[in-house]
Design a protein around this ligand. Sequence first.
Ligand SMILES: [Zn+2]
Length: 62
Amino acid sequence: MRRGGKPVAKADLPRKICAGCGRPFAWRRKWARDWEAVRYCSDACREGRYGRAKNPPGPGLN
Ligand SMILES: [Zn+2]
């Protein structure tokens, strides 16, 4: 048996589902002021290029 165990709580951070990639992501400190407005887990998702390989935009269309 365990004693003195409150299940503590990194896991206690708020979470949201990313509107870009659809994955859950957890609160981050950089969003502390903005959490209500955060919809994406990353800049890539915000810009709509989630799930892509890192292809630099530019020439190379063939
Ligand atoms: Zn995402």
